[in-house]
Design a protein around this ligand. Structure first.
Ligand SMILES: Nc1ncnc2c1ncn2[C@@H]1O[C@H](COP(=O)(O)OP(=O)(O)O)[C@@H](O)[C@H]1O
Ligand SMILES: [Mg+2]
Length: 370
């Protein structure tokens, strides 16, 4: 097996009802890459997969796989295979027959089918389970049967649409490592769709972050996390405190932003100029208490409102000038128990990222209320 590259060339998709689910997009996914598309529900992720697999045609632009324009080719004529959340294994067939299912239609004889199935079951670490029925397997094992079945037709590109979302947390975390290992062993290009940033960050070579039909940033996980390009990416991936304001002045790549909390100094991540509306993003793990031995480029007085223990971490919620500020501290045994009701807190200028004002990702609270 080998992977092929996938290119979206000015591709957009407008559904028959006139709704544009994917705005014109240019994207290159490299051959053999584990590539994730991360974004909230409804942002257009599945629509992109449908276009790559041939279930919808682009309204404008092209999909190229291995350099070849896919227009007019149906799902069975493309070098792709699709896996989604509802696996739909055949309950009356054995595991190996499930894996070999797609080969029969291609005229492969029973003996060769079985051989191929055994090879793939070995690959997904299910050797010895070949004669079982799907119901005799665990959720994670069934997921691996589905992957083996998709790989049986030797696709160059495997498209995975939130395949782990039906599994429980522990299994989901375990399957991340499994999927990653299978991808490495096969060299097939994986395009993995998820709304779960943990999945995207742990498995992917690169991630595209998508919002409302637009890919806002493409890059390796650490880059997306530490150098988000937009307000949406900064607020969707990881947690962030956000302070809105106006750029007051510039100095050595740092911008001073006038905010309700006072002037905040941060990295000018986006070539902002004096007078521009801006948002300053600070990760909760970068906020700390000011102590005689520890000072920060930005400091405020705040009232401590709440303290939540999360095992290895403590989340502390404070309020300053009417704004909530979240702080994450490692639990070093005392778990921040000695936090006074009033405290002086701060963060370094390098840990504050100044970006153009923009739409923020909805918080869990907002999603629950909607
Ligand atoms: N067949 C369709 N006709 C019209 N709108 C659609 C159709 N399928 C999806 N949509 C809309 O397109 C947007 C993107 O959908 P989808 O690609 O499924 O998002 P995601 O996979 O990111 O949750 C949503 O607003 C959805 O309601
Ligand atoms: Mg979807």
């Amino acid at each position: 097996m080998h992977g092929k590259d996938v290119v979206l060339d000015g591709m957009s998709i407008t559904y028959p009802n006139g709704f544009t689910a994917v705005q014109p997009t240019d994207l290159t996914i490299n051959a053999g890459e584990f590539f994730s598309i991360l974004g909230p529900s409804g942002c257009g992720k599945t629509t992109i997969l449908r276009a790559v697999s041939g279930f919808v045609e682009p309204t404008a632009g092209r999909v190229l796989i291995g350099g070849e324009d896919q227009r007019g080719l149906g799902p069975n004529q493309r070098p792709t295979a699709l896996i989604f959340q509802n696996l739909a294994l055949f309950p009356l067939m054995s595991v190996w027959e499930n894996v070999a299912f797609g080969l029969e239609a291609r005229g492969v004889g029973r003996r060769a089918r079985r051989e191929k199935a055994m090879e793939l079951l070995d690959l997904v670490a299910l050797k010895g389970h070949e004669t079982k029925k799907p119901t005799e397997l665990s959720g994670g094992q069934r997921q691996r049967v589905a992957i083996a079945r998709a790989l049986a037709v030797e696709p160059s590109v495997l498209l995975l649409d939130e395949p782990l979302s039906a599994l429980d947390l522990k299994l989901r975390q375990h399957m991340r490592a499994e999927l990653r290992a299978i991808q490495r062993k096969t060299g097939v290009t994986f395009i993995y769709i998820t709304h779960d940033q943990g999945e995207a960050l742990t498995m992917s070579d690169r991630i595209a972050v998508m919002n409302a039909g637009v890919i806002e940033q493409v890059g390796p996980g650490d880059e997306i996390y530490s150098r988000p390009a937009t307000a949406f990416v900064a607020s969707f991936v990881g947690e962030a405190n956000v302070f809105e304001g106006t750029v007051a002045s510039m100095e050595d790549g740092l911008a001073w932003v006038e905010t309700p909390l006072g002037r905040i100094r941060g990295r000018n991540g986006h070539g902002l100029a004096e007078g521009d509306r801006a948002m300053v993003f600070v990760r909760p793990e970068h906020v700390g208490f000011v102590t005689p031995g520890r000072h920060f480029g930005n400091q405020f007085d705040a009232a401590v409102e709440r303290r939540d223990l999360e095992g290895p971490f403590v989340n502390i919620f404070l309020r300053a000038q009417g704004r909530e500020i979240a702080m994450h501290m490692p639990n070093e045994g005392d778990a921040g128990l000695s936090v006074p009701p009033e405290a002086r807190i701060g963060f370094a200028c390098e840990q504050a990222l100044v970006l153009p004002e923009g739409a923020l990702a909805r918080t869990g609270k907002e999603i629950a209320a909607a």
